[in-house]
Design a protein around this ligand. Structure first.
Ligand code: FEO
Length: 392
């Protein structure tokens, strides 16, 4: 992807990665991703905001060459994670006069991750500014979206806010200003890395709104020419609001748990409760994470496997626990043949869950009529609880 002009002297110079299928080796990327980097040319100095993943450095260099960039004075690191910082050592080789501008915490991490020497840094504090001549860049600390050192850079004269991961999306599109299909990739991205920090997200949205940015330019996905749209999504996702929805995930080895889960699915739908239904043997973990953003309840179906929880169910519960969703209720559907330890193991993994654990349905073997009745009772209980808290 070539350089794209955003406004006078401000260019997208980043890279698209359409081939990448997984992020952090856990998150599927159905739409690929991008590593956005931005060039800001003042009449005295030139700054580059965020580098790219080291695997994509060639695209960044091609874009800088196209724009005939001979000198970079400042490489601004808004975030230390390597998909934005990994290109910095290569940039410092090509532009040896450049200084890395970032906050103290980010510099500390960059020194450890990338072995960037101390004398290459300019350390900034909250609100500090640097001048590029006719352009001014100010720095705003936005911690925990999603690492402790995250910051944004504000090009004051044109009110463009560069937010790195914050408001980003995993999508590789050459149409970088088109926000028509952005909700799903942005929610997928939010669910996977921002949702565990929703209180920090809410606080940082307020800081962003106080700046009244005309444009928000994150370092993944599209550039927001209408920032109010992505801010509204973020406010909704990070709010306390939950939906009349059950995330029902299951893994089944010999159809017993599948029958239990299907029966619960149908019973919930009959009672007016929406269900996001996932077979863990095939599920897209990103879609599961998205469903957890605003569901009221999770139910996990699992067989006992080697006298304990099935690894696929344990992995899903581990993820759900790590994402700290707003869930109010949780329950289990368990089947066993000769020993039952899965339920206690899975319950013990929900260390971050602060809601109510509804008594699980635990059965021996394939579900019989009496077992299906228990599942219907569980559906009644879930629907009743959703009613009690005003969701239906
Ligand atoms: Fe896109 Fe936290 O890195």
């Amino acid at each position: 992807m070539g350089a794209v002009k955003i406004t006078e002297g401000v260019y997208f110079v980043g890279a698209l990665d359409r081939e990448r299928k997984m992020f952090d080796e856990v998150i599927p990327l159905p739409d690929g991703t991008s590593y956005n980097s931005y060039l800001i040319q003042g009449n005295e100095k030139t700054a580059l905001i965020d580098a790219v993943d080291p695997d994509a450095i060639k695209q960044l260099f091609e874009n800088l060459n196209t724009l005939k960039v001979k000198k970079i004075d400042y490489i601004i690191a808004n975030h230390a994670e390597q998909d934005h910082s990994g290109g910095i050592p290569f940039l410092l080789e090509k532009y040896p006069e450049a200084q890395v501008v970032t906050n103290e915490k980010c510099a500390g991490i960059l020194k450890e991750l990338l072995l960037i020497p101390e004398n290459k840094f300019i350390i900034i504090k909250e609100g500090q500014e640097i001048s590029l001549g006719n352009k001014t860049l100010a720095f705003i600390l936005l911690p925990w979206v999603h690492w402790p050192e995250t910051q944004a850079t504000f090009y004051k004269e044109e009110k463009i806010l560069f937010t790195c991961d914050f408001f980003g999306a995993h999508i590789a599109t050459g149409d970088i200003f088109n926000d028509k299909n952005n909700e799903e990739p942005a929610k997928r991205y939010y669910a996977e890395i921002m949702s565990p920090f929703r209180n920090n997200v809410t606080g940082n949205i307020k800081k962003v709104e106080a700046l009244n940015p005309a444009i928000i330019a994150p370092s993944h996905g599209i550039v927001h020419l209408n920032p109010s749209k992505i801010i509204a999504y973020y406010k909704e996702w990070a709010s306390d609001k939950i939906k009349n929805e059950v995330v029902l995930v299951y893994v089944s080895m010999h159809h017993s748990v599948k029958k239990m889960a299907s029966h619960l699915h149908d019973a919930l739908v009959k009672r007016g409760v929406a269900v996001s239904f996932f077979d863990l043997a095939k599920a897209d973990v990103g879609k599961l994470a998205m469903s957890l953003v605003d569901a009221a309840t999770i139910v996990v179906g699992a067989p006992n496997f080697l006298a304990g929880a099935h690894p696929a169910a344990a992995s899903a519960v581990f993820l759900a626990n790590a994402l700290r969703p707003k869930l109010k209720f949780a329950s289990l559907l368990i089947s066993y043949s000769w020993a039952e330890k899965a339920s206690e193991q899975l319950k013990a993994m929900l260390t971050n869950f602060k809601g109510e654990l509804i008594a699980p349905v635990i059965i021996k073997g394939y579900p019989k009529e009496k077992d299906l009745k228990q599942i219907e009772a569980l559906a009644d209980e879930i629907a009743g609880k959703h009613k009690e808290i005003g969701l239906m």
